[in-house]
Design a protein around this ligand. Structure first.
Ligand code: ADP
Length: 490
């Protein structure tokens, strides 16, 4: 199928409601962080738009839920094929509104598409059970059914992948969806909706409503207050996640909350240091450190601390920062000025408390780009738990090295956080691998591995990092409810 996806999305983006592109009364600008210039504008929606989207999703639910899973899977497969067919355009759109470099943007499209394919395949495997009953003349059965209308609220750091991994399991399960993408990156979500439309996904099954930061609560509150929305699936900050949990309590909605992280990354004295540096580079500097599984506290055993920091500094200082339009760029701009402020504040606080900048440490001017949010990839030595960056997610290209003397101390420090999303460690001691894996208070553990995300794996956290799992066979359950059937008189 050939059409100008980027042109349509950038020039004429409107809300996607009930299979139609509908304008709202107001619009707001979407900015390219690499240039600082407005790239497009999208509807700044309000209550009426949110209501229309919900009405459409509720109306579409009975027919979509009643389709054989195989038919829903066929819709998802067509959608997946279109996403892959438009890989380059989608990658370009991601880079332009979010800033990540081209290779990473392409990887994101493939990663996001993989969730659509995965859940197309899982849709047909939502088996129930026959329970051997304790009484004569009675049969007991369990069936799985779609929870109903789902509201999906997503962040800006992975504009395609974060929404794909909510929409795909929801649609596969037989749910219909109202979605509000992040205000910084609404275009990629609208492009996905365009492709869903082309794939023949029926009107009302998927609805996308965009809104500025100021209007986000107006839109989402409509969905929170309405009992027809049976589930909220949210990825974003812990504060907003807790707000959604409180507000949805009145109608007892189900929740999947993928919230902030503060991942520890431990390097033991027996680790393969080259592998540990490779793993850290992949986990820490992907998307300029703007990922929720990005290592935020790097604990290195005193015996290998100097060697590890030397190897790391060599790699980090060689990273090329620039816009996605520069094919050699490896780290793009930060999403906005707020992000740069936080990174700068964390570094200043750490330095005031004794940390040393080994490389980077400040915003960067990239000649000719116009962007004002580039930041030099940074390594800080001598970090400790008196510093802000030990307790808050920096969400930027800052690798802070903490020195530790023994396993017990490292474990205590690693778990000294309310968050529990990802944790990583490098060691060659098999007994220690099991010990540490069990002791980490986190939903995911990378063992001698920095790249843990996959559509085949359950992604999610514990503690203040939320609950619910995305991806894998567990991911479909979050969008299904269990119904028990008891047949008597047999
Ligand atoms: P981040 O700090 O990464 O921007 P947020 O939690 O602030 O994370 O934002 C994630 C998503 O939540 C975005 O789509 C944003 O618009 C939305 N959001 C922010 N505040 C609210 C709110 N009060 N109610 C509903 N959604 C919100």
């Amino acid at each position: 199928m050939s059409f100008d996806l980027i042109g349509t999305i950038i020039d004429r983006s409107n809300n996607y409601i009930d299979g139609q592109w509908r304008p709202a009364a107001h619009r707001f600008d979407v900015v390219d962080p690499a240039t600082g210039a407005a790239l497009s504008s999208v509807p700044d929606s309000g209550k009426a738009d949110a209501q229309a989207a919900l009405d459409a999703a509720a109306a579409a639910l009975p027919a979509w839920r009643a389709l054989p899973a195989k038919v829903r899977a066929q819709h998802l497969k067509r959608w997946h094929a279109l996403v892959i067919a438009h890989l380059d355009e989608l990658a370009q759109l991601i880079s332009r509104e979010q800033g990540k470099v081209t290779a990473e943007a392409r990887a994101e499209v493939i990663y996001g598409a993989a969730y659509i394919e995965w859940f197309a395949e899982e849709a047909v495997r939502s088996y129930g059970d026959i329970i051997p009953g304790p009484a004569v003349g009675k049969k007991m059965m369990v069936v799985k059914e779609a929870v109903g209308v789902v509201a999906a609220i997503t962040p800006w750091n992975f504009p395609i992948a974060m929404i794909a991994r909510k929409l795909a399991p929801a649609l596969a399960a037989g749910c219909t969806v109202v979605a509000k993408p992040a205000e910084d990156t609404p275009l990629s979500a609208l492009a996905l909706a365009r492709l869903a439309h082309e794939a023949g996904i029926p009107a009302g099954v998927l609805n996308v409503v965009t809104a500025s930061r100021a209007q986000a609560a107006q839109v989402v509150d409509v969905w929170l207050d309405d009992a027809r929305v049976r589930k909220i699936s949210f990825t974003g900050s812990t504060d907003v996640g807790k707000h959604l949990a409180r507000q949805s309590a009145a109608t007892l909605k189900r929740l999947s909350l993928e919230l902030g992280g503060n991942a520890p990354f431990m390097v033991f004295e027996d680790a393969d240091l080259d592998a540990a540096v490779d793993g850290l580079m992949a986990a820490k500097f992907r998307n300029g450190g703007q990922t929720c599984v990005s290592p935020n506290r790097i604990y290195v055993h005193a015996a290998v601390y100097e060697r590890f920091s030397e190897l790391l500094v060599r790699r980090v200082s060689a990273l090329k920062v620039g816009p996605a339009s520069d094919p050699a760029a490896q780290v793009g701009p930060m999403i906005n000025a707020r992000a740069v402020d936080k990174i700068t504040r964390h570094i200043a606080d750490a330095c005031a408390r004794g940390a040393k900048v080994l490389t980077g440490g400040k915003p960067l001017h990239v000649e000719g780009s116009g962007g004002t949010t580039f930041f030099a990839p940074t390594v800080l030595a001598e970090a400790d738990h008196t510093m802000l960056l030990a307790h808050e997610e920096t969400f930027g290209p800052v690798a802070a090295l903490f020195r530790f003397e023994n396993e017990e101390q490292a474990m205590r420090l690693a778990n000294e956080t309310p968050f529990g999303l990802a944790a990583y460690f490098y060691t060659r001691d098999l007994a220690r691998i099991w010990r540490i894996s069990e002791r980490f208070e986190s939903g995911m553990v990378g063992i001698n591995e920095g790249a843990i995300s996959s559509e085949a794996a359950p992604f999610g956290g514990i503690k203040d990092s939320g609950y619910g799992r995305e991806g894998s066979r567990y991911g479909l359950d979050d969008y299904m409810q269990t119904k028990y059937l008891c047949m008597g008189g047999l």
